[in-house]
Design a binder for this molecule. Structure first.
Ligand code: SAM
Length: 492
């Protein structure tokens, strides 16, 4: 592997000769493959895999499966994610507590950390996952939809568009764009794009992003900062800058010694930061630090009383929101969704669990379910940001009928007997995911049928007898016509 000379010089000085040599050797070895399981979608995962120690749902795999040809991958049963970045779990576990939170993942595409975070947030929390690049925000929306948790808003905005949302979020993750030194093994393009000038551009961009988003964090709120690069300019120096510029407190995490995580490498500083170096820890290069915004605030607005507390590191729990515990008065509660008859609404409500928790919002020819208690937050988001999707798309209008949306099929709150189900074979599942026509058994009923593979919902078809119309989203279909001779799967 040919590394840029100035990268080599800088990193050798940073790590020392011996460590640097080991780093280079590890970059020349094969990277490990890991996945994170979706707790909403259990399946027969191949046992005997080796667990990622800092992530309860993460596993290293012995060989690289052919994910594209695994229907359970498309069903959102697991996410392919390199192991170091699963460390975000430790920051959330140690500083989030059990109260519902409103969390922002600011630089979220393709959604590795967003899907992980969504599985970790306390019940009744809301996740806003943002991506500034429009086509990447679509991929983010796709991955979060497949993950199946309904209480998510996907946005496509620049960090500066968030600035008016003052004191809005309890937790913010900034997995900032960086020079990507930690991806050299995984992605050769990262090597060709690397230069000292780019490191400087990244450092300035990262500071701009933090300055834009800082007012949105509640006093006492938590900022998780991460990169996948090694240099201290984009890492420790930025953490020091956040500390000094905004008075943030840099927080420690409990980590096991055997994880071999490396600490602060900035001369003269010892604030806690967590570095993953591939010759020491099984995964790619990664850096993470946790900061707390100073202050304590009590906000009262109408029936909302929000109290954010600056809590000592050893005390879990970020905020007490009394109104959410009691059940807030909800805008539009009991109102009939315009355009939907009462009878139609009653049908849609039977399709999801905890329908009472949701407001059914009709926009154009679609109906989505959005948590009632966050309708005020949604209005505020709509006033500043470009919303890609909010909540769970339940149904689309076709003539007089309401056809269930694909997002409902793969959602974790679909009522299992809301639609007749048909279990399909591997070959049928691949044909379905390629959006080819599918022929069901003679016993399959006419109308909308939920297809399952290994008993996990894959999507809907409309069975018209001699064939079934494939309702899988056109833009998500498997485009490859090729099928590998041996398909390596992660399940039995
Ligand atoms: C490290 S990647 C995020 C990976 C993601 N968090 C995950 O775990 O899958 C950084 C993201 O920041 C986005 N980005 C690029 N420039 C940005 C900017 N100026 N402000 C905010 N985000 C930016 C990139 O498009 C990219 O999706």
């Amino acid at each position: 592997m040919e590394l840029p000379v100035s990268f080599a010089d800088y990193t050798r000085t940073l790590l020392g000769d011996e460590d640097y040599k080991e780093l280079v050797t590890s970059l020349e070895s094969e990277q490990s493959v890991s996945i994170r399981l979706n707790p909403l979608k259990p399946f027969a995962f191949r046992s005997g895999e080796h667990a990622v120690p800092w992530c309860t749902s993460g596993f290293y795999l012995e060989e690289r499966p052919t994910f594209t040809f695994d229907p359970l991958f498309h069903a959102g049963c697991y996410y392919v994610q390199e192991a170091s970045s699963m460390f975000v779990e430790q920051a959330l576990k140690q500083y989030m507590g059990e109260e519902p939170v409103v969390m922002l993942d600011l630089c979220a595409a393709p959604g590795g950390k967003s899907t992980h975070i969504r599985s970790l947030l306390p019940d009744n929390s809301l996740l806003i996952a943002n991506e500034v690049i429009r086509n990447r925000s679509q991929i983010l929306a796709e991955n979060l939809t497949k993950w199946g948790h309904p209480d998510v808003v996907v946005t496509n905005s620049d960090p500066s568009d968030f600035t008016p949302l003052e004191d809005f979020f309890d937790v913010i993750l900034t997995d900032v764009p960086c020079s990507g030194e930690g991806m050299f093994r995984k992605d050769p393009v990262a090597i060709s794009e690397w230069s000292p000038e780019n490191v400087e551009i990244c450092r300035q961009r990262q500071r701009r992003i933090i300055a834009d988003i800082w007012p949105c964090l509640k006093p006492g709120g938590i900022l998780i900062y991460s990169t996948c690069t090694y240099n201290t300019k984009e890492n420790e120096e930025n953490i020091r800058w956040i500390r000094d510029e905004f008075g943030a407190e840099v927080l420690p995490l409990d980590v096991a010694e055997e994880w071999n995580i490396t600490g602060n490498l900035l001369q003269g500083e010892s604030f806690p930061v967590y570095r993953f170096l591939p010759h020491k820890t099984q995964g790619e290069g990664f850096f993470l630090a946790v900061l707390r915004k100073p202050g304590m605030s009590v906000r009262n607005s109408g029936d909302k009383q929000l109290i954010s507390l600056a809590i000592a590191p050893e005390t879990p729990g970020l905020r007490v929101e009394k109104s959410r515990e009691k059940g807030r008065k909800v805008q539009g509660k009991g109102k009939q969704t315009p355009g939907l008859s009462k009878e139609q609404l009653a049908i849609l409500q039977k399709w999801i669990f905890t329908a009472d928790k949701y407001e059914f919002i009709q926009k154009g020819g679609n109906v989505s379910a959005f948590p009632k208690c966050y309708i005020p937050e949604l209005s505020a988001l709509q006033s500043s940001l470009r919303i890609v999707q909010a909540g769970l798309e339940i149904a689309g209008q076709k003539g007089k009928d309401w056809i269930p949306c694909h997002a409902l099929a793969v959602s974790g709150i679909l009522v299992s007997d809301a639609f007749p189900c048909e279990e399909i074979s591997y070959e049928q599942a691949i044909a379905y995911l390629r959006k080819e026509a599918v022929t069901l058994s003679d016993a399959a009923p006419r109308g909308v049928v939920l297809l399952t593979y290994k008993h996990v919902p894959l999507g809907f078809v409309k069975n018209i007898g001699n064939r079934a119309n494939n309702l899988y989203p056109q833009e998500w279909r498997i485009r490859s016509g090729y099928l590998p001779e041996t398909v390596v799967k992660v399940h039995s």
